[in-house]
Design a protein around this ligand. Structure first.
Ligand code: PLP
Length: 398
C-alpha cells in the first residue's frame, strides 16, 4: 500500500469511528454570531474569544498600524536579526498585566510551554504535572524527558494529597517544578492555586501555571488565576499563557516570571532561539487587547454574568452542566457519538458548539463544551438555549 493510500485508509477509519474533524469555514470575523459557509449566520458557543476582542476596532486597527510601521515580520530569529520595539512594549504590558516582573513572547503558547520544561529541567530535576493538563504541557514534559532525562510524575486531577505524595517522593531532586493549567479547558474548573503554592513552599518547589483559559477571564480585572485567588504578584510563580484566546484571539503566547527566567529562556529555549518572533500585526493587536482589557474591566463582569445566566438556564431546561464558575460550561452526554450528534443537530439549529469524545476526554464522558463570551447578547444566549431545548427534547436528553 502506498504512503498516501495508508493515510487515506486511516482517515476512513477516523470517519467510521466518528472522530474525523470537518473544518467549518467562516466568512466573517470571529464574534458572537458569525457567517458560516453553507450555514448562514450562527451563534458561536465554542470560541475562546472570551471578551469579544477578536473584532473590536481598536484591536484590529492596532494590528494594521503595526503592519504599516514594522512590515510583515523580522525575517528571522530575534537574536539573529533584531526584534521590534513593539515586542518589548508588548512584553512589558503582559508582565504588568499578569503581575510578574518580566515576560517573553512566543509565536504560540504551545511554543511557550514547549520551551519551558526542556530548558529548565535536567537529569536531577522533576516536573510534577496535573493529570488533566493541556496537551502542550504534556508534550513539553515528554520532550524534556527525552532530551534532558529529567524525572516526571503525574498527580491525580487537583488532588492535593496526591501532589504532596509526589513532592515527598521527589525530596532528593534539585528542582521540583509543579505544572498545572489555571482553568482546565475540558472541565472548566480552576486549579487550587493557594494549596499548590502552600505545598510548593513546604517542599521548596517552583510553580508554573498555564493561564491560557484564565487570562482575561479570572479575577475582577481578568488578570488570571492569581488575581482570582487574590495572590496577584504575591507568589513567585511562572505563568504561561496565550494571546490566541481572550487577548485578541490572533495567535501567540508568552511566559512570565522573574526577569532572570525570561532572560534565561531568551538564551536557551529552543522555540525562542530557532523560530521567528510574533508578527508585528499580532504584537500590535495583542498590545491593544491588553490595554483594552485594562480600560474595560466591565467586559470581565459581563463575561461572568453571561456564564452564570447560561449555566442557570441550561439547568432549568433539564440539562446537567458540570458545576463551576468559569465561562467553560461542559454538558456531559456519554459516548462520543452522542456528543457529535448533539453538536451536529445544534449546528442545524444555527448554534455552533463542538462535541468532544475520547481520547480528548475520558471514555464515557463525551460532551459538548459551551464557552461563553462577553460579546454574547441576551438574545444570542436565548437563541442558543432554545436550540438546546429543541435538540435536547428530540434526543430525549431532557
Ligand atoms: N495551553 C492551554 C491550556 C490551551 O488551552 C491552549 C490552546 O488550546 C494552549 C496552551 C495553546 O495555545 P496556543 O494556541 O497559543 O498555542
Amino acid at each position: 500500500m502506498s504512503f498516501a493510500a495508508r493515510l487515506a485508509s486511516e482517515l476512513d477509519q477516523f470517519k467510521r469511528d466518528g472522530v474525523y474533524k470537518r473544518l467549518n469555514y467562516l466568512a466573517s470575523p470571529q464574534a458572537a454570531r458569525v457567517r458560516m459557509e453553507g450555514r448562514g449566520d450562527v451563534v458561536i458557543l465554542s470560541s475562546n474569544n472570551y471578551l469579544g476582542l477578536c473584532s473590536v476596532p481598536e484591536v484590529v486597527e492596532a494590528g494594521k498600524r503595526a503592519l504599516d510601521q514594522y512590515g510583515a515580520g523580522t525575517g528571522s530569529v530575534r537574536f539573529i536579526c533584531g526584534t521590534f520595539t513593539i515586542h518589548r512594549e508588548l512584553e512589558a504590558a503582559l508582565a504588568r498585566f499578569v503581575g510578574c516582573e518580566s515576560s517573553l513572547t512566543y509565536v504560540s503558547c504551545w511554543n511557550a510551554n514547549e520551551g519551558l520544561c526542556p530548558t529548565l529541567l535536567g537529569e536531577q530535576d522533576i516536573v510534577i504535572s496535573d493529570q488533566l493538563n493541556h496537551a502542550s504541557i504534556i508534550d513539553s514534559i515528554r520532550l524534556a524527558k527525552t532530551i534532558t532525562k529529567c524525572q516526571t510524575a503525574v498527580y491525580r486531577h487537583s488532588d492535593m494529597a496526591d501532589l504532596e505524595e509526589r513532592l515527598k517522593a521527589a525530596r532528593d531532586c534539585r528542582l521540583r517544578l509543579i505544572f498545572s493549567d489555571g482553568i482546565f479547558s475540558m472541565e472548566g474548573d480552576i486549579a487550587k492555586l493557594p494549596d499548590i503554592a502552600a505545598l510548593a513552599r513546604k517542599y521548596d518547589a517552583v510553580v508554573a501555571i498555564d493561564d491560557s483559559h484564565a487570562t482575561g477571564v479570572l479575577g475582577q480585572t481578568g488578570r488570571g488565576t492569581a488575581e482570582h485567588f487574590r495572590m496577584l504578584g504575591e507568589v513567585d510563580i511562572i505563568i504561561t499563557s496565550t494571546l490566541g484566546k481572550a487577548l485578541g484571539g490572533a495567535a501567540g503566547g508568552f511566559t512570565a516570571g522573574p526577569a532572570a527566567l525570561t532572560d534565561y529562556l531568551t538564551q536557551r529555549s529552543r522555540p525562542q532561539l530557532f523560530s521567528n518572533a510574533l508578527p508585528p500585526t499580532v504584537a500590535g493587536s495583542a498590545l491593544a487587547a491588553v490595554r483594552y482589557v485594562e480600560q474595560h474591566p466591565e467586559l470581565v463582569r459581563r463575561l461572568h454574568e453571561n456564564a452564570r445566566y447560561f449555566r442557570a438556564q441550561l439547568t432549568a431546561l433539564g440539562f446537567k452542566p458540570l458545576e463551576g464558575e468559569t465561562p467553560i460550561v461542559p454538558v456531559i452526554l456519554g459516548e462520543t457519538a452522542q456528543a457529535i450528534q448533539m453538536s451536529e443537530r445544534l449546528l442545524g439549529e444555527g448554534v455552533f458548539v463542538t462535541g468532544f469524545g475520547y481520547p480528548v476526554v475520558p471514555q464515557g464522558q463525551a460532551r459538548v463544551r459551551c464557552q461563553l463570551s462577553a460579546g454574547h447578547t441576551r438574545d444570542d444566549l436565548d437563541f442558543a438555549l432554545q436550540a438546546f431545548r429543541r435538540v435536547g427534547a428530540k434526543l430525549g436528553l431532557i
